[in-house]
Design a protein around this ligand. Structure first.
Ligand code: BGC
Ligand code: BGC
Length: 600
């Protein structure tokens, strides 16, 4: 066995106590303030505006633009990656961008951001954790903190110091394609796990080698839009808004989060990117948020058809940094943004005090992160990306995320000495399906999407005794004579925008697959890979045992551990499970309530 129990225990011993010793911060707030003021006082308006500009790597016309405009930040969006998609390839690309920033007059380092939302998911060689819905099922702040800590170390191994995570959406309608990015439907659960993730990412000091800046997103009520429409409109009164969606921000701010991303969505018809009262009065004022408020991907463009107006309104509303995915040759690109903001500032439409406030926030975080002292990648961390310790930590999360919904006649756990087990369903041997969206690709895709990782089928083969016969047929054509059939079914990968569904029924093919498996006469255990509860209908009735495995990531061993009794199922539903589409939005009755989960 590749990862037996020893490495698991070792991993716990190595990773566990890291946070026990909370050292005093290396620089006091007062020291940082002094450095911020000293630097700010030497900056021109152009240099200040540069700091507020975040450009996607695919949009950058010329690396020298980093120096020329004194860009404060860059990102790699879901489809932006260097040609060499390994940790070393990313580190090389990052270091090169950084070297351009350090050629500018003031040598202010770049703050580089990426969506490491379940591990450093763009990379070929990083460990991929379960998506948040699976972590939600663990109900464990310790595991979530650990997952974030490992992710931080892997992100830092590529030089990058900022992850656009955790998503602290309280997803209220599973038709929303981002439901899996949410820890659950319950405000308290999201708050607890969101705060744990922040502690894991940022560590006890943001300037630690293996800490990254966290980003709570998407402010506010991204998971509360009518009918679960992505980027849609949340319709509720302010009391509901505050009660359901605001607490995770209070919790993550308390945990020290130093950046927050503003949602594409609207509240009662007003785009969040333009909502000064919520961004400035509530978030920065009432909740005392001192960090960076960053916009989402071209989100300000949705305020109005006039980009000048969008810049004016969003910066005045309280956004400190604007995420710009467009370069010259496209509308609303970063060169235009810089020129527009300069004009607005010169005309007094955006007060200098607002610009100084934004730049202070950005510089403060950069100083806190120790970016000025350590702008480049630490190669020791690069070497750790995808290490067996990191994989063992993910495997523990996978185990703990399995929710057992049904177990007729104690079918599970299967004995490792079972004579013949038949595995059916393409998803059983599909790393892409098991990882879901935001993996290598923005939307994710089925198949062998990356080099490293263990499919559920591979993991089962590693788990069973030497004499056990394991057969695999994607279409359940090869089940004759089996003592048990394991059917792996589920959703094809998707992410934001493309993942919204009005029909959440398990597909016809998957129902037919389970039906064929059942006709073999052997007992059937179904494993569902999905980003949300699906309407199961006959598939649940025809299965003797049923596991909701969510989107577990690369460590398929964690699934096999539960199937074969290496670990007992402990996962509990992080959201209600509807019996039919009528039960879909939160608040309706359900087939299984939140918190449901059987064990052995
Ligand atoms: C998503 C964010 C993400 C950003 C950068 C947006 O479309 O809503 O969650 O952080 O893109 O990739
Ligand atoms: C996503 C980006 C992605 C892009 C692709 C955006 O909405 O947030 O991360 O790369 O779309 O067009």
């Amino acid at each position: 066995m590749k990862y037996g129990i020893m490495p698991l225990l070792l991993a716990l011993a190595v990773l566990g106590p890291g946070r026990a010793t909370m050292a005093a911060p290396k620089q006091s707030e007062a020291q940082i303030q002094r450095r911020v003021e000293a630097l700010l006082s030497t900056m021109s308006l152009d240099e200040k505006i540069g700091q507020m500009t975040q450009v996607d790597m695919n949009a950058l016309r010329d690396k020298d633009d980093i120096r020329k405009f004194g860009l404060g930040s860059m990102l790699s969006g879901g489809n932006s990656a260097p040609a060499d998609n390994s940790a070393t390839g990313w580190a090389r690309a990052y270091d090169e961008y950084q070297s351009w920033a350090l050629k500018a007059r003031l040598k202010i380092p770049l703050l580089y951001g990426i969506d490491a939302v379940h591990g450093d998911n763009h990379l070929d060689d990083a460990v991929i954790f379960p998506h948040n819905i699976g972590l939600g099922a663990t109900h464990s702040p310790e595991l979530v903190e650990e997952a974030a800590r490992v992710t931080a170390a892997e992100v830092k191994g590529t030089g990058i110091g900022w992850t656009f995570a955790p998503c602290v959406a309280v997803a209220r309608d599973e038709r929303w394609g981002r439901t899996y990015e949410s820890f659950g439907e319950d405000t308290g659960l999201v708050s607890r796990l969101g705060a744990a993730a922040v502690r894991g990412f940022q560590g006890s000091d943001l300037s630690d080698t293996a800490s990254v800046l966290a980003c709570a997103k998407h402010f506010l009520a991204d998971g509360g839009t009518t009918d679960g429409i992505d980027q849609g409109n949340a319709q509720c009164d302010e009391a509901a808004l505050r009660k359901i969606f605001l607490p995770p921000y209070a919790a993550t701010i308390k945990a020290g989060v130093e950046s927050i991303m503003v949602s594409y969505s609207s509240w009662n018809g007003v785009k969040m990117s333009s909502n000064k009262r919520l961004l400035t009065d509530v978030l920065k004022g009432e909740l005392g948020f001192k960090g960076i408020l960053v916009s989402d991907w071209a989100a300000i463009d949705q305020i109005s058809p006039d980009f000048t107006n969008d810049v004016d309104v969003s910066i005045n509303a309280g956004l400190d940094m604007i995420m710009i995915p467009n370069g010259p040759g496209h509308d609303n690109n970063y060169v235009q943004f810089i020129a527009i903001l300069k004009q607005l500032a010169s005309d007094g439409k955006v007060p200098l005090s607002r610009i100084d406030d934004a730049v202070r926030r950005i510089l403060r975080v950069k100083f806190m992160m120790g970016l000025f002292e350590h702008p480049f990648t630490d190669p020791a961390l690069t070497a750790e990306v995808g290490s067996s310790e990191h994989r063992a930590a993910a495997r523990l999360c996978v185990r703990a995320s399995m929710v057992l919904l049904k177990n007729r006649n104690h079918l599970l756990p299967l004995s490792k000495n079972v004579r013949h087990v038949a595995i059916v369903g393409q998803a059983a041997d599909d790393l892409g399906v098991q990882c879901g969206g935001w993996t290598v690709d923005w939307q994710g895709k089925p198949g062998r999407i990356r080099q490293n990782g263990t499919t559920i089928l591979q993991a089962i083969r590693q788990s069973v005794a030497a004499g056990t016969q394991v057969t695999f047929s994607a279409d359940a054509s090869d089940v004759a004579g089996a003592d048990a059939v394991l059917a792996v079914v589920g959703e094809m990968p998707y992410a934001e925008m493309k993942g919204d569904r009005t029909d959440l029924n398990l597909s016809e093919q998957d129902r037919a697959l389970i039906h064929r498996a059942k006709s073999s006469g052997a007992p059937v255990a179904a494993i569902l890979l999905s980003g949300r509860p699906l309407i199961l209908g006959s598939a649940l009735e025809e299965s003797d045992a049923f596991i909701a495995a969510w989107l577990p990531g690369t460590e398929g061993e964690g699934v096999a551990d539960v199937l074969f009794g290496e670990a007992r199922p402990t996962g509990k539903l992080p959201r209600h499970w509807p019996a039919s589409m009528e039960q879909v939005p939160v608040g309706n009755s359900s087939l299984f309530p939140t918190g449901f989960g059987l064990s052995y």
